[in-house]
Design a protein around this ligand. Structure first.
Ligand code: ADP
Ligand code: MG
Length: 317
């Protein structure tokens, strides 16, 4: 199947929106940004065997390729609007593309995101998505907004995806609830928007809590102290692993796509009601300290704890 037939399949299924003046089919798309909004752009690539196990279903790959990008927009408090899709495929496989679109477009529909263009090439399986969102110029959340004394919060639960990956690598039985968190992460778009004007700093947890909170601390020139036993864990994770492994998966695992954010103590009530309104649970896990870029962890008894490694770095040592 030639490349343009694949593009035609994609074009036939991609929804549009009123602010897409020109979508798939020309040399480029034309999009209308409202005068009172700033444009927020994120890009993330998924490579087979690096960002998802080789046996991942095409629909799950499609979902995840968009989800990781919407998660970046969520962390900025932006509302997703448009996306582009670069597909590198070993063969022009129409069935694979159809499956991929099932997942990709299901999530796009959920968030009213229009696929407005892309590129289709032959090569090792790799998917690159850019997501474009809109934000109130005063409302965008950045990494640099954490202040000494702020609470540190995280949405949802941590460690599920890393737990699924560990089970997959071990080749034995795996828990479908954990695997679903690896394959179909939930971008916290509504929560990100609800945090605008309340949170100081925000980041999405993709490389592991400590690595990503480290980025917030570096940008804000602060440190943090966390209670490792306060980190929110799913029942599935607690059932599948011993306590020490749960701690490691939660603090250094990655692929969570939850939001980690900071806010002053005085914002606790406002935060809880804003997140309650969008039905997203959040847990207070620690506080911001003055000791720049030092993240300390302790357990529920106050004893110091540290993980064997602090997060996933591509091509890192
Ligand atoms: P050009 O050679 O001008 O770059 P292409 O043949 O690559 O054009 O693409 C034709 C149209 O199809 C463009 O609008 C492009 O954005 C769109 N397109 C190509 N690949 C994809 C894709 N994977 N997903 C969505 N749109 C695509
Ligand atoms: Mg092209």
């Amino acid at each position: 199947m030639p490349e343009f037939d694949l593009i035609a399949r994609i074009h036939a299924r991609a929804a549009t929106r009123r602010d897409v003046l020109l979508g798939i089919g020309d040399d480029a798309a034309i999009l209308r940004v409202p005068p009172d909004r700033d444009l927020v752009v994120a890009m993330d690539t998924l490579n087979s065997g690096v960002h998802f196990p080789e046996d991942t279903a095409p629909a799950d790959i499609g979902w995840k390729a968009l989800a990781v990008n919407l998660s970046d927009l969520a962390a900025m408090a932006a509302t997703p609007a448009w996306c582009t899709l670069s597909l590198s495929l070993p063969q022009p496989d129409a069935a694979w593309v159809d499956g991929f679109l099932d997942g990709f477009l299901a999530l796009a529909t959920q968030h009213e995101v229009a696929l407005v263009g892309g590129d289709t090439t032959r090569g090792p399986l790799s998917i690159c998505v850019t997501a474009h969102g809109l934000v109130d110029p005063r409302g965008a959340l950045r990494r640099k907004g954490a202040r000494v004394g702020d609470d540190v919060w995280v949405t949802g639960t941590l460690g599920d995806a890393a737990g699924a990956l560990r089970q997959w690598q071990a080749g034995g039985a795996f828990d479908p609830a954990l695997r679903a968190r690896l394959d179909r992460p939930t971008p916290r778009v509504a929560a990100g928007r609800a945090l605008a004007g309340i949170a100081g700093a925000c980041i999405d947890v993709s490389d592991g809590l400590l690595a990503d909170l480290g980025h917030v601390c570096r940008a804000s020139r602060v440190g943090a102290v966390l209670d490792v036993d306060a980190l929110p864990a799913s029942d599935a994770l607690r059932c599948a692993f011993d306590r020490e492994t749960v701690r490691v998966l939660q603090s250094a695992g990655g692929d969570d796509y939850e939001l980690c954010f900071t806010a002053p103590k005085t914002a606790r009530l406002a935060l809880e009601s804003a997140l309650f309104a969008c039905d997203v649970p959040a847990t207070r896990i620690g506080r911001i300290t003055a000791e720049a870029v030092v993240i300390q962890l302790h357990d529920a008894d106050g004893a110091a704890w540290s993980p064997p490694r602090r997060g996933y770095e591509h091509f890192g040592s």
